[in-house]
Design a protein around this ligand. Sequence first.
Ligand SMILES: *Cc1c(COP(=O)(O)O)cnc(C)c1O
Length: 455
Amino acid sequence: MNLENVAAPRPDNSWSGIWSQQVEVLPQGEYAVAKIPVSDLAARFDTPLYILDIADARARARRWKKALDNVFADLAGGDVYYAGKAFLSKAFARWMWEDGLYIDATSAGELQIALAGGVPGERCALHGNNKSRAEITAALENNLAHIVVDSIAELELVNELAAAQKKIAPIYLRLTSGVHAGGHEFIATAHEDQKFGISIPSGASHLAIKRALELPYIRLQGLHSHIGSQILQLDGFRAAARILLAERAWAMAQGAEISEIDFGGGYGVRYTELDSIPPTPEEFTCALAAEVGAHIAETGLPAPRVSIEPGRSIIAPAVCTLYTVGTVKEVELADGIRRYISVDGGMSDNIRPALYAADYTAALVSRTSLAPLERARVVGKHCESGDIVVHDVALPADIKAGDLLAVPVTGAYGRAMASNYNMIPRPGVVGVRDGKAEMLIRRETVADLLALDLG
Ligand SMILES: *Cc1c(COP(=O)(O)O)cnc(C)c1O
């Protein structure tokens, strides 16, 4: 029987900790976040509930910014774009901006949230492989820092819509280097069977760069590459950086003034105590700076301003999801018993276990238990056997209905990917800081669902 996945009862509060910095265990065994016991949060805001440790997320954002500023101080500096798709709310966008970051939006909706939060358009950028005319128009009207163009067809469209506004559109071209990374390894391939970007290995990027230089309402300001997500190693980033920098050198030889370069996001985090420790922001940015520095020394080209786009590594570890336990069942397996612990949420508030077989851990957070640990699976309340919250975790054998369970590291792609499957209203997001709780996104109600249904 495998009892390896045990959430450390005492949060270690480090960069790669499973629990956010303001999580602590109170003397009676209950957990608190930013000095608020989780049972208070459950009583006030109900469960399931996303608890966002505001100071933790902001410290992570500032750490990325500082790390980038430090390593590129002797080159041309750098900017951090928070990938809003990981999690976005008006207040959160504003905090990221106040902490010196820009906001990457991947849709008109994300852009509108950031703007409504008070982030100036100049501090936002627009992404997406199939942007609508309305989205590009909104980006131009709000004078976004740049639009990341994903195809030659889109280059023509941005040029047309910029002409209509008599504006020059600052753009990056999203290029694919053939390098893909995720988890522990990276692969480099010349043939890419995926929808994003314009391929460097196939030569398509040369055509796009030449076309960008011809179009009168386009200013080709940067080149961009994003190699994957949840990356725990440096070598994929380094390999992609070399390819992108070489492409910049080629573009500059054609007369392009490419003053910026963007290495994308994808910096990995730890989801369970069994995961390896990811590199820190200092290590990631140092690796990128080493490639840029070497390239500049070799080619004599001016240093580009460098941007990166972390999403997960800022918000994932800053949030945990609080659930109330309901039905507990013992299921007999060939090698023993597995306890199925049902909670009051599930795949509608965290699709990642079903979508990517992602691993999480869970802890009993409302009390101490002296009962032995037993193999458990935490499941949701949806009509789907794949509705799993935590595949395999050791939890006290006396967990019962009414106990509170928390699943850490749910800040990225949790609320952002939440659905109304089974007509379950999506949970709210409460921000906690210094003993105070403020609702950032309110819980949906069945009335919200009914309001969309026109009968
Ligand atoms: C998803 C994405 C990111 C953020 O990825 P994380 O894994 O959350 O850091 C950054 N840039 C682009 C282009 C993306 O698609």
